[in-house]
Design a protein around this ligand. Structure first.
Ligand code: SF4
Length: 401
């Protein structure tokens, strides 16, 4: 069991985050927020997929004006997922101009690098924090390498020039990101926002850099931390990059919420990022969302077609039946099923799983052996292997859970 870093507990709408709560999954819409119909539709999809918070871009009057309608439609339809407003440059203006929207949102996300660029006489950061305090809303102060506060960077660079122990420009960038987050959080606290209303994140587009800055941040404060790799990319690149950084940090007990942000690809649903987060948390044993299927990669020892199609069929069956199983047998998410290609690792893995099937490899007797709770249950032959295995699986779930 990994010991999580101690943090305050932050309430966001109907959920709480922090070390006393499960690591939460976040996502973000990519619809035009002002398009209420499409935005509500996507929030529902993300929420159904398991997103525990959904962030929306709020970049102009139209987007901000539609917020109460978006949230009331969701709540009326039974969706309680907290909705987070993402503000850059003009957040202070929009939050002031649309008080009903400011009240309706569950959290505000601001980027100190972008808040300070606004050409307002009053300090936009102070204005936003005061609105958050008035509305009792938490804030995420999210610092990104692509939009670093230039004043902090300049100060650190000029200090470095005078220093005997010179740091590289890359080290200065990391220092500036962490300083920007901490300094902003402390400023927010001084204005009156309590610690249990603050979430911090520092994101970079490189895996190692993200690990470095998040570790630095975690050593300097105990605020709740959100993790992610910014601009991670698309497809497998993005998934692996994000998963590597997030896993290393979670393993060190750092991180209370996560997002795997992926560049959209044709035919890839936005919900993919939520699924990736679930898989990551499950593969590390932090949370469980669905039964685990252990299957070997196959090799020259197996007549792969049956083995591959059986793995796909069992996974499809799980996906189809999961909503029903979860309601009836909530602990079914802990189930481990093994589907193995041949006698080399098949019986062993099948015995370690709750229920396992070792298929006949090339040259082996044409029987598939089924193990349940480590013991040989029966041998299946011929065309009935798939249907019988699924029947045994259903019976097992009914009996065990
Ligand atoms: S279990 Fe058998 S088929 Fe599967 S990878 Fe190992 S040796 Fe190959």
């Amino acid at each position: 069991m990994i010991k999580r870093r101690k943090t305050p507990q932050v309430k966001i709408g109907n959920i709480s985050i922090g070390d006393a709560h499960p690591i939460a999954i976040q996502s973000m819409t990519n619809t035009q927020t002002a398009n209420i119909k499409e935005t509500v539709k996507q929030i529902k999809q993300l929420s159904r997929a398991g997103s525990e918070m959904v962030r929306l871009t709020i970049n102009d009057n139209k987007a901000m004006a539609g917020i109460p309608k978006i949230i009331s439609q969701l709540r009326k339809n039974g969706y309680s997922t907290p909705i987070v407003g993402d503000f850059h440059y003009n957040g202070h203006v929009l939050l002031k101009k649309f008080p009903q929207s400011a009240k309706a949102l569950d959290k505000y996300r601001i980027n100190p690098g972008n808040v300070n660029y606004a050409s307002s006489k009053n300090d936009p950061f102070i204005e936003i924090i005061k609105i958050a305090i008035k509305n009792k809303k938490p804030i995420r102060i999210g610092v990104n390498s692509g939009s670093i506060d230039q004043n902090i960077l300049k100060t650190l660079r000029s200090k470095n020039k005078k220093s005997k122990n010179k740091k590289s420009s890359h080290q200065i960038l990391c220092d500036a990101l962490v300083k920007s987050a901490i300094q902003s959080a402390q400023k927010a606290e001084k204005i009156g926002l309590s610690k249990n209303k603050i979430v911090l994140s520092v994101k970079m587009s490189d895996t190692q850099d993200t690990i470095t800055v998040c570790e630095m941040l975690s050593k300097k404060c105990n605020y709740v931390l959100h993790l992610g790799v910014t601009e991670a990319g698309s497809g497998l690149d993005g998934v692996i990059k994000s998963a590597s950084a997030i896993s290393v940090l979670l393993q060190k007990g750092i991180g209370d919420t996560i997002r795997i942000s992926l560049t959209p690809k044709k035919d890839m649903p936005r919900t993919q990022e939520v699924k990736c987060c679930q898989m990551l948390l499950q593969s590390m044993g932090f949370r469980f969302f669905a039964p685990t299927v252990i299957s070997c990669p196959g090799c020259g020892r197996t007549e792969s077609k049956l083995f591959e199609s059986l793995t796909d069929s069992v996974k499809a069956h799980i996906q189809k039946r999961l909503p029903v199983w979860i309601k009836k047998y909530p602990k079914v998410t802990q189930l481990k099923i093994a589907i193995m290609g041949c006698v080399v690792n098949g019986p062993g893995e099948s015995q370690h799983a709750d229920i396992g099937l070792s298929l006949p490899g090339r040259g082996e007797k044409k029987t598939a052996v089924v193990y349940v709770d480590g013991k040989l249950l029966k041998k299946l032959n011929g065309k009935i292997i798939k249907s019988n295995f699924i029947k045994i699986l259903e019976q097992y779930i009914q009996k065990k859970y």
